[in-house]
Design a protein around this ligand. Structure first.
Ligand code: GLU
Length: 402
């Protein structure tokens, strides 16, 4: 299955089937409530006018305002945004926060634009989405290639901090939001570690992605005495079986622009990295990187999906057969949107919580979500993806107003 929206719908259907949940619920959740496509004119630095295509898919709001990031990438298309929006609805339900699901995107390569052009484009997206987004309607956040800087432009253009989450602290952001995806993922991993039969001697980790999710997850692993033996960015990866010095690698990347050619490590392709023998494999970049083609060659003991949709449904089946446990995205990376909800809540109440307060609440949410998913996995003797979808569907069924 190469279309991510087809995958998302298939995941919904097969989870509902084993739990005996109604077809009607699946049909409702297979059609996003609203989809908006806009065209944003930007005067480039060279004087040319370029028109960019942007999207917002508002998948479902039964449990609260639509919630989800905005992605900048040359491959962004409406079906990808639909899939990502669907996964947000399921994710906010799994995390147990009172939000729905949405996603946005603009199709372009952000590396090709200057900072001024990026700002004009970002503000243009907000203007074009006037009446579509709002603090009680739909609350955007960072995603691939968008950062607190873009969120500050979005809040400023709209005129209210509560419109968007993932802002810098000085613009109304929350403590702990920048590290929340990785920290939440680690809490989920710790909660499930014994259940995944990951013995201490299997404490080797391979990570695809060195951004906000993968890079910070690597640092947390090292703090917990797990060995990160390989990590990559979009240009490729590096491998050292005795473990990488992540701090030094960060410095190397900031001077050379990539992780490759790191002293003492071997260069490795993104494809080969996924097939390394390790305890935990963490795809933390883009979707559909483990498919029917390479799934038979995966040698990790378990997978933690920090990216959205890194495995196709066919890959899920192959890994299930091989006994490789997959902690699905809608649980594993739900720490990001959970702290986004905390940020929105603080903005709505005019509060600012301490880092400890945020961290305590995040931990409780992640442990609860992981345990609730595990319970469904045991009850239905299924994989964790289906278990997480079942949990989300149960919570959505309760909120269904149709
Ligand atoms: N883009 C992140 C995700 O996929 C965060 C969304 C949010 O914070 O609203 O979960």
């Amino acid at each position: 299955m190469t279309n991510p929206f087809e995958s998302a719908k298939y995941q919904l259907r097969r989870a509902a089937d084993i739990a005996g949940l109604p077809d009607e619920l699946v049909n409702l959740l297979s059609a996003p409530m609203r989809e908006v496509t806009v065209h944003i004119p930007v005067r480039l630095d060279n004087g040319e006018l370029h028109i960019y295509e942007g999207y917002r898919v508002q998948h479902n709001n039964w449990r609260g305002p639509y919630k989800g990031g905005i992605r900048y990438h040359q491959n962004v298309n409406i079906d990808e945004v639909r899939a990502l929006a669907t996964w947000m609805t399921m994710k906010t339900a799994v995390a147990g926060i009172p939000m729905g699901g949405g996603k946005g995107g603009i199709t372009f390569n952000p590396k090709e634009l200057s900072v001024r052009e990026l700002e004009v484009l970002t503000r243009g997206w907000v203007k074009a989405m006037s009446g579509v987004i709002g603090p009680e309607i739909d609350v955007p956040a960072p995603d691939v290639n968008t950062t607190p800087r873009e969120m500050a432009w979005i809040a400023d253009e709209f005129g209210s901090p509560a419109l968007v989450t993932g802002k810098p602290i000085e613009n109304g952001g929350s403590e702990g939001r920048g590290t929340a995806t990785a920290t939440g993922g680690f809490y989920v991993f710790e909660t499930l570690r014994d259940k995944l039969f990951l013995e201490p001697e299997m404490g080797t980790v391979v990570i695809q992605g060195f951004g906000n999710a993968g890079g910070i997850f690597a640092e947390i692993c090292v703090r917990h005495e797990l060995k990160v033996i390989a990590i990559s960015d979009s240009s490729g990866g590096v491998y050292n079986p005795v473990g990488l010095d992540i701090e030094a690698l960060k410095a190397h990347k900031s001077t050379t622009g990539s992780v490759q050619n790191f002293p003492g490590a071997e260069n490795i392709t993104n494809e080969a990295l996924l097939e390394l023998e390790c305890g935990l494999l963490v795809p933390a970049a883009l979707e559909a990187v483990i498919t029917v083609e390479n799934a038979p060659r995966i040698k990790a003991k378990a997978i933690l999906e920090l990216a959205n949709g890194p495995l196709t449904p066919e890959a899920d089946d192959i890994l299930f057969e091989k006994g490789i446990e997959v902690v699905p995205d809608i649980l594993a990376n739900s720490g990001g949107v959970t702290v986004s909800y905390f940020e929105w809540d603080q903005n709505m109440k005019g509060e600012h919580w301490t880092e400890n307060e945020v961290d305590d609440k995040l931990k409780v949410a992640m442990v609860d979500a992981a345990m609730a998913v595990w319970e469904r996995k045991e009850k239905y003797t299924t994989d964790m993806r289906r278990a997480a979808f079942i949990l989300a569907l149960e919570r959505l069924a309760e909120a269904n107003q149709v």
